[in-house]
Design a binder for this molecule. Structure first.
Ligand code: ZN
Length: 265
């Protein structure tokens, strides 16, 4: 009986501590929209601490050159970053109603994400990695847009956005778009890889599946370790032309990738 009472007491203490900490956080974070400018980013935030925003800025800056060099990004304007304290705020700020997404990019120079903590999510992921993931979307888009501009005729200039968007949505593989971001942000763990691979999805199927977030890292890892990292920017600008860049067919690639993951994970 005493044992049960003690367990109950510990449980009540943990719950009280959790809610106490949550209240302290809610009243002490930055409550107004605040801006923080670093060399390449302009961060707007509220509902988080100033030192958390500084952490976002310094993490983005310390990955800025590496990712842009890896992917061969041409000149890049200042990137606007919007940080939200809850899913509700994120959905309102982005206009993504009923969304469960934790981040989204808006063109080459803007992205939004949630600063996830134990107080606003059941199993918080690392929000810094989310920021780096979204930044990598901006880099990919910047490369694709500047490549498209090189081949746009004067006659097409006025319709550039429509032409580009149509080609991007129809031809740029969604699995690749996400996989690079998880690779650059280092988003991977063994259990998720095994779970995702257990579904036996093809790349085409991964275009429409959330499993890409479990296995995406390994696809790029396979390319980098087999053909070298200089193939990644070539895959981006060729809209993932396996035959041209890697000299393999898509089924051959898939077979090699599955084999690679089986050995590695
Ligand atoms: Zn993404």
């Amino acid at each position: 009986m005493k044992k049960i009472r003690n367990i109950l007491l510990i449980f009540v203490c943990i719950i009280s501590f959790f809610f106490g900490a949550k209240v302290i956080r809610t009243v002490s974070v930055e409550d107004k929209v605040t801006e923080l400018r670093s060399d390449h980013f302009l961060i707007s935030y509220y509902g988080i601490y100033k030192n958390e925003a500084q952490n976002i800025a310094s993490s983005l800056e310390s990955n800025y050159n590496r990712i842009r060099t890896d992917l061969n990004d041409p000149n890049h304007k200042t990137i606007r970053v919007f940080v939200y304290p809850t899913q509700k705020d994120f959905n309102k700020g982005t206009g993504l109603l009923n969304s469960v997404a934790i981040g989204t990019s808006r063109g080459p120079n803007e992205f939004h994400f949630i600063w996830t903590t134990w107080f606003n999510s059941i199993f918080p992921n690392d929000p810094i990695k989310t920021a780096i993931h979204e930044f990598t979307h901006c880099v990919q888009l910047n490369i694709l847009i500047s490549e498209a501009q090189k081949v746009t005729t004067i006659r097409e200039q006025g319709e550039f956005n429509d032409i580009f968007e149509e080609k991007f949505h129809n031809e740029y593989p969604q699995w690749f778009w996400e996989a690079i971001c998880d690779y650059e942000a280092g988003i991977v763990n063994n259990i998720s890889v095994k779970y995702g691979m257990g579904k036996n999805l093809t790349l085409q199927e991964l275009n429409k599946s959330n499993q890409i977030y479990n296995v995406g890292f390994t696809i790029i890892e396979y390319i980098v370790e087999t053909w070298g990292k200089e193939k990644i920017p070539m895959l981006i600008t060729s809209y993932v032309d396996f035959e041209k860049v890697l000299n393999v067919s898509e089924p051959e690639f898939e077979k090699g990738w599955i084999e690679f993951v089986r050995e590695r994970y």
